[in-house]
Design a protein around this ligand. Structure first.
Ligand code: OGA
Ligand code: MN
Length: 326
């Protein structure tokens, strides 16, 4: 039997490729090393795994409680027999959400508990475009000058995907969804520090992305400018950015507490099917507050005020400040 091989990604400050291993059959010792190298490298690519939905969910469960497991993340409707039908209309809420995910983000920071780690596995991929990119918020923080580090220490931002949809693509989702979208579009915004101390490594990283807005204590323009400049800074150095060009069968796993990610555009008429599994964070380190907690009011009010302004400002963005009709 050959030993699991970990190869750091060339020319990048993060990321490794894991080969000579079968994810579904990982021993406890192999899983423990994978967990360790995930903390060190931030993301791991596993080529040629061809995980089923169940295997993806089971792998996720080894890291902790799932937000969802083995969920098809597709631009096609799932039919009752499990196969995929027509590609979704670009104006559907699901596609608006997918297109929104083409802006740098963290997963589930718009929920009470943000995500620990997440994985995607490729089932059908377009010939061109549709890559997934990752960026290292640890290296981004480490490279900031001392004055900027001082300035952001102690600052927080609200996180909401209603904010990011409006701001990035001019989409104004309703909050009356069932199923998965109910936990995404809900009228709440969660306050999280701009500098996160990683709960397992103790290393500091920026914790920003498209869902972050409204830094308390700063003018709106100042807050927008600061969040924009921090994000631009992180991705300005190519050694902190990795582009995954999907091959069917690949699995990509990343630490959502320390990395940004985004999808890249593609021809939306072509099918793109990934299997997604997302692991919830630890309440001790990833819980902001619950909607029933008194401090939730601040986020709700900040979001309502922000959306009122964006209603006007986002008219010229992709969806023209409209709501999907299906
Ligand atoms: C996600 C996501 C990126 C992609 O599933 O959370 O951001 O490339 N996906 O589809
Ligand atoms: Mn995502």
């Amino acid at each position: 039997m050959s030993a699991m091989t970990i190869t750091p990604v060339d020319g990048k400050v993060f990321g490794a490729v894991v080969t000579e291993v079968e994810v579904p059959g990982l021993s406890d010792a192999e899983f423990a090393s994978i967990h360790d190298v995930l903390l060190e490298f931030g993301f791991l690519a596993f080529p040629g795994q061809f995980l089923t939905e169940k295997e993806s969910a089971r792998f996720g469960e080894r890291f902790g409680q799932l937000e969802f497991g083995g969920a098809p993340m597709a631009n096609q409707k799932r039919l009752d027999d499990g196969s995929f039908g027509d590609v979704l209309d670009l104006d559907s809420q699901m596609m608006r959400t997918n297109v929104g995910n083409e802006t740098w983000h963290t997963d589930s920071t718009y929920k009470p508990i943000s995500s620990k780690c997440a994985m995607l596995s490729a089932v059908v991929v377009p010939d061109q475009g549709g890559e997934t990119e990752l960026a290292d918020l640890r290296a981004g923080y480490a490279a900031l000058d001392a004055a900027t580090k001082d300035r952001i220490e102690g600052l927080s931002a609200y996180h909401s995907t209603q904010y990011s949809q409006a701001n990035d693509v001019g989409d104004f989702p309703t909050t009356d969804h069932d199923g998965m979208l109910a936990s995404v579009y809900h009228g709440e915004a969660y306050l999280r520090p701009l500098v996160k101390v990683h709960p397992e490594t103790g290393v500091k990283n920026l914790f920003i992305g498209r869902h972050a807005f409204g830094i308390p204590g700063l003018e709106r323009s100042e807050s927008r400018e600061l969040l924009r400049s921090l994000l631009d800074f992180v991705v300005s150095d190519q050694s902190r950015v990795y582009t995954h060009r999907w091959q069917v069968g690949d699995t990509l796993l990343w630490d959502n507490r320390a990395l940004l990610h985004r999808a890249r555009p593609y021809d939306y008429a072509k099918p793109r099917v990934l299997i997604g599994t997302r692991v919830a964070g630890d309440p001790a380190s990833e819980l902001a507050y619950y909607p029933t907690d008194p401090e939730a009011r601040g986020g709700r009010d900040a979001l309502a005020a922000e959306l009122a302004l964006l209603r006007d400002e986002a008219r010229d963005r992709r969806y023209g400040a409209t709501t999907a009709s299906w």
